[in-house]
Each structure stands twice: as structure tokens, then as C-alpha cells.
Design a protein around this ligand. Structure first.
Ligand code: DC
Length: 230
């Protein structure tokens, strides 16, 4: 059967990564988390003194350092989870913490950062058979993707999910700070000049406020089978 490209875009913490990863596992596709790539660049910037809560992001220094930032992924484990590697080091845990989350959107507005990640993402899609999630996958990275989904849920519901995810991992966060971070990221992601978060005209909207993970998976599988009948 011909393999296709599946683009899943949407707001922060809308559950799109879980959805995209589970779908890839079910249909035997490769999954790529494009947000992890922007997070890894942000972690590099923090570790090298180019980004902090106090000073913001030193764009010039970061753009100069881009050739030294190599991002790759480990193959997916039995659970479908891949780990992100920054210059060969496993940073999967570090890229999910609040410090990275609060600096990633300003890093992701930098055009040079975006061009480099976009080129890498397009290479991953050369052979098709890929599910990629992010903000601009259906609009900029793969405008010709055969299946496009745009995921949304209310900011409050997304904050509740994110607090649970972070506290399950042992991070101490409050609902208020997480909600504020989500609102701030929504604002930056939707208003930036370069590849802002937008629903592609041919993307199908999935509003998952009141859906279980199982219901979402069925919805996605139905859409996939309508594109790729067996
Ligand atoms: O999906 P995520 O929350 O891990 O993404 C982290 C940040 O990266 C998000 O705030 C915006 C940015 N991002 C982007 O600009 N373009 C993408 N394709 C994916 C993520």
C-alpha cells in the first residue's frame, strides 16, 4: 500500500504528540516530534548562556551556534517512545521541563532556527510513511501532506492535562503558572511572522476537549482509512 505523510498540528499540550505517536505505532509509520527539535535547540541555548528567564534569548549568538547543534532521535522503543538526542546526548527529560517550556516559543520565532529545523523535518519525510506533529507541519513543512489534522482544546483543559503530566514526573508546578505559560505560548505561536500556528485550509479540525484518548484514536484511524483504504 502507498504510504502517505500525516501532519498533526495544534496548540501546546493539546495531546497531539500522544495522538501522533500512538497513530504511528498502530499503522507502522515513523513518528517525529518536531516540537522536541525546537526544545532541544532551546536547551542548548540555556546550557550555553544564550537564553535565560532574566535576559531572554541572545538571537545573534544562537544563530551563530546553529551549525554546532545536532539533533537526532533514538529509534522508538516498544512503547513507541523515541528519545531526543542533542549532540548525541539523551535530553528527553530535560527538554520537557518548565525552564525549556517557557523559553522555547521565543527561540522558535527565530527564522534561522526554523529554516534549519524545517529542512531536517523535510528530510525525515522523504520516504513518506511518517506522522509528524507540530505547529506548521501541514502549512510549511509538508504543505502537500495527504492527511492533515488540526487539534484544539480549551487552554484550561490543556493546562489541567499538562499539570498532571508534570506532577506525575515529580515536577512541582501550579495550575496558574502552567495556564499562563500555555496562554503565552499560544500568543507567540499564533502571532509570530514566520510560519505562525494556523489551521491549513485542507486540515480536518479535531476539538478534543471532551474526547477520551481511545475516541481520538478511533477518529484518527477512521480518517486514515478514508485516505488509505486497505
Ligand atoms: O509541541 P511542543 O509543545 O513540544 O512545542 C514546543 C514549542 O516549539 C512550541 O511552543 C512552539 C514550537 N514549535 C514550532 O514553532 N513549530 C513546530 N513545528 C513545533 C513546535
Amino acid at each position: 500500500m502507498n504510504k502517505i505523510i500525516i501532519a498533526i498540528d495544534g496548540y501546546s499540550s493539546s495531546g497531539k504528540s500522544t495522538m501522533a505517536r500512538d497513530l504511528a505505532k498502530r499503522i507502522g509509520y515513523v513518528y517525529v516530534d518536531s516540537g522536541a527539535m525546537y526544545r532541544a535547540v532551546t536547551l542548548y541555548a540555556i546550557e550555553h548562556g544564550m537564553a535565560s528567564a532574566e535576559k531572554g534569548v541572545d538571537t545573534e549568538a544562537l544563530v551563530k551556534a546553529l551549525p554546532e547543534i545536532n539533533i537526532s532521535f533514538t529509534p522508538a522503543g516498544a512503547d513507541g517512545v523515541q528519545h531526543t538526542l542533542l549532540n548525541g546526548k539523551d535530553v528527553e527529560r530535560e527538554i520537557r521541563d518548565m525552564q525549556v517550556s517557557s523559553l522555547v516559543s521565543p527561540v522558535a520565532v527565530i527564522p534561522e532556527v526554523r529554516h534549519r529545523q524545517t529542512a531536517l523535518q523535510q528530510q525525515y519525510g522523504r520516504e513518506k510513511g511518517i506522522v509528524m506533529d507540530g505547529r506548521d507541519i501541514g502549512t510549511t513543512v509538508f504543505p502537500d501532506a495527504e492527511m492533515k489534522v488540526f487539534v484544539n482544546a480549551s487552554a484550561e483543559e490543556r493546562a489541567r492535562r499538562r499539570v498532571k503530566e508534570l506532577t506525575d514526573k515529580g515536577e512541582k508546578v501550579t495550575y496558574e503558572e502552567v495556564l499562563e505559560n500555555i496562554r503565552e505560548r499560544d500568543h507567540i505561536d499564533t502571532t509570530r511572522k514566520e510560519s505562525p500556528l494556523r489551521k491549513a485550509p485542507d486540515a480536518v479540525l479535531l476539538d478534543n476537549d471532551n474526547m477520551t484518548i481511545a475516541q481520538q484514536m478511533q477518529w484518527l484511524l477512521d480518517l486514515y482509512h478514508s485516505k488509505c483504504p486497505e
